[in-house]
Design a protein around this ligand. Sequence first.
Ligand SMILES: Cc1ncc(COP(=O)(O)O)c(C=O)c1O
Length: 440
Amino acid sequence: MSAEMPDLQSLWMPFTANRQFKAAPRLLVSAKGMYYADADGHRILDGTAGLWCCNAGHGREEIIQAVHAQMRALDYAPPFQMGHPLAFEAARRLAALMPAGLDRIFFTNSGSESVDTALKIVLAYHRARGEGQRMRFIGRERGYHGVGFGGLSVGGIGANRKAYAGNLMPGVDHLPATLNIAEAAFTRGQPAWGAHLADDLERLLALHDPSTVAGVIVEPMAGSAGVIVPPVGYLERLRELCTRHGIPLIFDEVITAFGRLGAATAAQRFGVTPDLLTMAKGVNNAAIPMGAVAVSREIHDTIMAAGPDNAIELFHGYTYSGHPAAAAAALATLDLYEKEGLFARAARLEPVFESAVHGLRAAPHVKDIRNIGMAAAIELEPRAGQPGARAYEAFLACLKAGVLVRFTGDILAFSPPLIIDEEQIGVLFSVVKTALDSVR
Ligand SMILES: Cc1ncc(COP(=O)(O)O)c(C=O)c1O
């Protein structure tokens, strides 16, 4: 990169091989529509919507204007014991998008905070109804629920947990992951195999006694672990078991909400309604940090009714909950989603995206391809003795060729902004194909 390079040493980068990165940095300096640009002005097609979040594409004027106007009118208002109109309006609009019944909205600033908030709301709910003994949570192996201690504890990615293993929340157990390449390699959409894995919930409930279980949390589609699509019937079965035992079901939709699967939420796509739904990322196109939890009326009202009118009902919240700039960005983003029909567009493009990614089945090293909505992953055979090297090198080759993809372990993941067109989908996967051809 020839343009001026900042001093890189002070910044400790998140989830990054810092020393490797700083030896060969990759900086993005601007973005518009489907493209990033680096300091040399190279255009880079965004195959990842940033980090699964810029669903309406980059540099959207409507969002910029809304944030600008809001910052001029009201830069900040305390969210504790005070309010400002846009937070209420953003909550109303979000409630209208959610599955029926999930119409009470708590604002956070990230996916991790949304998850920890949902876990806390569930605990407060049980306590409010005199079932404070319900303290256990059940997550799932390979689940990613952010990096707070709550989310880490219910999460199931070993590398993320390892350094903190001794101090995670007690009383957490995990369902098995649903990915089974031997049974379901190269499935398009939902695998037919695997609904029975939900029955493990029954086993865990029997083991722990259902009356001690506070909640079950899963990503309806696991994104970070490499696009793990729920087997047909699996989420329905989890829902049924949770309902039978009076256990709130939390869908972590930080990645899947706002059109990624061709509907406002994965819950709506799959026709399975949780009791709480966490979101972030696409809520305001990632313009300003923001997250939220949608909560069922029943859970909300139970907590509201548990104390006198002048008492704080939930001892929880963030200085920046419903921040005016974030709320303004959310309203402008929701307008864009609606005006441009981006969720329906994702649904329309899904078959094109699906056939483009599955077109790489015969490419070198490809072990599995999975997809749903506008999300897909290609899992590679690891190079002997060098796990992760192939996907990393393929990622670098794509970037050099002007396409941003995501890699984790030996998995390449794709989740472009929903404004992508058919030609750009073609470019994305032809660059990936060339990259795979070049990797040894
Ligand atoms: C399902 C899920 N939950 C939680 C998170 C954490 O979100 P954040 O990084 O905003 O804290 C993510 C991030 O990718 C996610 O995919």
